[in-house]
Design a protein around this ligand. Sequence first.
Ligand code: HEC
Length: 135
Amino acid sequence: MKITHTLTALVALIALSGCTTPTRQHMRIANVKLAESEQKMAAGEWTQATALAEEAGAEVKLGIEARPIRKGAGGGDLDMTPLFAAWLNGPHHELVSALGANQAERATAAFAATRQQCANCHIAVGRPTIPVSGL
Ligand code: HEC
């Protein structure tokens, strides 16, 4: 009887959390923040757009830190840390810089490059179908 209750509670807990992991939760938030950042840019709210892009970067960081080593698409262990650093210091840095300078054309290109590199990391872990907003 007790075991049944424990099991029921466990199943409910898993259902409520959507079988998710810390990495996935942070990634989902990053995805939303990036979309919101682009909306703020379109509305001319540059300060908020910049802040949201920075927050998206912080969420991806937390997601990677939660589990930096994964099975790569090739089968062996893959350290996500350099992939994350390349993303943060490359297209994401350019995005934050363009938004901070209120430059729409530059930021639009940087949004695309940032998202493409989000997707590149998913490809590296054999998960090419992960949906990245705006791609
Ligand atoms: C350095 C690697 C890396 C980068 C960069 C990265 N991700 Fe991810 N992302 C992952 C990994 C690994 C997972 C798989 C988590 C899992 O399934 O356990 C993931 C999962 C996801 C998911 C699926 C969440 C779910 O509900 O299952 C989304 C959405 C996502 N990422 C969005 C993004 C977005 C948007 C960006 C860029 C702003 C980004 N990711 C950048 C590694 C990365």
